[in-house]
Design a protein around this ligand. Sequence first.
Ligand SMILES: [Zn+2]
Ligand SMILES: [Zn+2]
Length: 125
Amino acid sequence: MTITEVPVNAAPVNAPVNAPDRAPGPDECLVCFVLSRVDRDGCDNTLRWARSYRDAVALGDRGLERRLEAVGGYCDCEILVNAFVPTSVAADGDEWPDELPECGGVRHGSTVPCRHWAAVSAGRR
Ligand SMILES: [Zn+2]
Ligand SMILES: [Zn+2]
């Protein structure tokens, strides 16, 4: 096996600004934050973005992962499938909209989603 040599200065000029540690906005909610991170950097099959949100705004919320897992959110992308969906999807069973509105905002330190999100389990029996 050979190791491909990667030139040190090979960073592409047009690389997107990389901000792996982007903090949530001042009133951005957990779900909007996770969505924007998964959109951009993908899911690594853990709750890393949910955790980084918690660590940034709600450090004391030790039950967050357990609550997310209880509703099927075992990783960041599953939060967006099993736990919460856009309210328009929940209401009409529609496809996901191409673009979601800006985060509706939540109280800082809260881990509840903003008004754009509906809990999936609420609509199922
Ligand atoms: Zn995932
Ligand atoms: Zn939001």
